[in-house]
Design a protein around this ligand. Structure first.
Ligand code: NDP
Length: 454
């Protein structure tokens, strides 16, 4: 693994090699961290207004290149062009939002006898960001934008499968005027570059998004140095549909809550729980919504779902499907590309692998429940707790169930996407800490307390 020096990036729609990217190894990682460490001293000293201005210029650069970045992501990740444009726009918006943070990193003044007590939020130093392939642009920005705003420098390791948009973003940062080495993108293997970032003593925090398995190893590695760590991991989120809900709306929207990005979404509502009295009616309304999904070449403006990221991911997903009976499924264009049709499985076995494990592909399992208590118990019977939805016309129940589900991000009568100005993160084994929202920059600082005697 350490000897691999380049990686062939493949277009998942055509299965053709797009380009070859050099892979950093430990020596290059150490050199990048050393440069980022060097750049930290001057970056933290840039005045808050100027740091904000530079981040706004970075956002403007991204805005000027939304179409280019989106087209690149369609080729590299197979995302639909509509989604990819949203993702590039999300990077711009996240940068704009956190460009206001440098001037708002407030401390507190705390009453004490004999003097004055004040707190400061000081940057940590070099932050290592390790990101996955499912949303290469937004997940990277959720890490680097608040970290840079708080005065840290960032070394970002993209997923091997999807390095292209991150590399382009690093160029745009330089074009926007960010000093060299403040934001570095370093493609390489997880167990090489990722692990070195975890182990490197000058990397003061790791922001990791990916599988729960690797997240646990990252957390254990960080523990060696009591390194700060934020983890965004897997999910097996529930969409709870009560009999009093607008069933037509619930059924029409359910596919998009799980099959967006071909189900390769940590927030995918991949378990649908339906009150037994409405179960058959819900399924009859769900079927046309699934078969009507436009699974098309992702460059097609009307495409709603593209291929999976890789042959390996397709193999994993079809491995799940081989174990179950598919109740009904949509279509795929066929031919080249790592296609799997959106597929619905019904089950009453809460121990089944399809019900318990993160598939990370276009497969949803549907199960009936008897009453509210049963619904909450089933929803919570998982090691994960990332997102979830509740469909009911009874808003009291909507709120009650939202409070009862052990999950970081719930929505009632909607499947709201992640909003950059609200906090995002998981309960249980779905993660540790929160990203986004107004407090995210604080997670990239140490709070220092200073007492000054009168
Ligand atoms: P991983 O967790 O393996 O990868 C995520 C990131 O971590 C990648 O950049 C990866 O690098 C890196 N990494 C891998 N090993 C190490 C290590 N030892 N130390 C530090 N960093 C490391 O996810 P996969 O891509 O393998 O996906 C596997 C499964 O994980 C999916 O099927 C899905 O179930 C889940 N997943 C969940 C995500 C989520 O958002 N919740 C996102 C992605 C995956 P590299 O690219 O080189 O492997």
């Amino acid at each position: 693994m350490t000897d691999v020096t380049s990686y062939d990036v493949v277009n998942p729609t055509t299965e053709q090699v797009l380009t070859t990217v050099p892979m950093a190894r430990v020596a290059e990682t150490d050199a990048a961290v050393a440069r980022a460490q060097q750049a930290f001293a001057s970056w933290r000293a840039v005045s808050p207004a100027d740091r904000g201005r530079l981040l706004r210029r970075f956002a403007e650069q991204v805005d000027d290149h939304v179409e280019e970045l989106a087209q690149l992501e369609v080729r590299n990740a197979g995302h639909t062009i509509g989604n990819a444009r949203w993702e590039a726009g999300n990077v711009r918006d996240v940068l704009t939002y956190y460009s206001a943070a440098p001037e708002r990193l407030f401390g507190r003044q705390i009453p004490v006898a004999g003097g004055i007590d004040i707190t400061f939020h000081e940057p940590l130093g070099v932050v290592g960001a390790i990101v996955p392939w499912n949303f290469p642009m937004p997940i990277a920005a959720w890490a680097f934008a608040p970290a840079l705003a708080a005065g840290n420098t960032v070394v970002l390791k993209p997923a091997e499968l999807t390095p292209l948009t991150a590399l382009r973003l690093a160029e745009l940062a330089l074009e926007a005027g960010l000093p060299p080495d403040v934001f570095t993108v370093l493609p390489g293997a997880g167990p090489v570059v990722g692990q070195r970032l975890v182990e490197h003593p000058d990397v003061r925090k790791i922001v990791f998004t990916g599988s729960t398995r690797v997240g646990k190893a990252v957390m254990a590695g960080c523990a060696e140095q009591v390194k700060r760590v934020t983890l965004e991991l897997g999910g097996k989120s529930a969409n709870l549909v009560f009999a009093d809900a607008d069933l037509q709306q619930a059924a029409a929207t359910a596919p998009y809550a799980v099959f967006d990005n071909a189900g390769q979404d940590c927030c995918a509502r991949s378990r649908i729980l339906v009150e037994r009295s409405a179960y058959d009616e819900f399924l009859s309304k769900l079927e046309p919504a699934i078969t009507g999904m436009r699974v098309l070449d992702p460059t097609d403006e009307s495409s709603e779902m593209g291929p999976l990221i890789s042959a390996r991911q397709k193999e994993t997903v079809t491995g799940f499907l081989d174990e179950v009976d598919v109740a009904f499924a949509g279509s795929t264009p066929g031919g080249d590309g790592f296609w799997v049709p959106p597929s619905v499985v019904t089950t009453e076995d809460a121990g089944a692998r399809i019900w318990r494990e993160e598939v990370f592909g276009p497969v949803v399992a549907v199960m009936p429940f008897d009453d509210e208590e049963h619904a909450v118990a089933l929803a919570n019977d998982t090691e994960y707790g990332l997102s979830g939805s509740i469909y009911t016309r009874d808003l009291g129940r909507g709120l009650r169930v939202a409070r009862a589900v052990e999950s970081g991000n719930l929505s009632v009568n909607s499947h709201s996407a992640v909003r950059y100005w609200t906090p995002f993160g998981g309960y249980k084994q779905s993660g540790l800490g929160r990203e986004l929202g107004p407090d995210a920059p604080m997670a990239f600082t140490e709070e220092k307390n200073v007492f000054i005697a009168h």
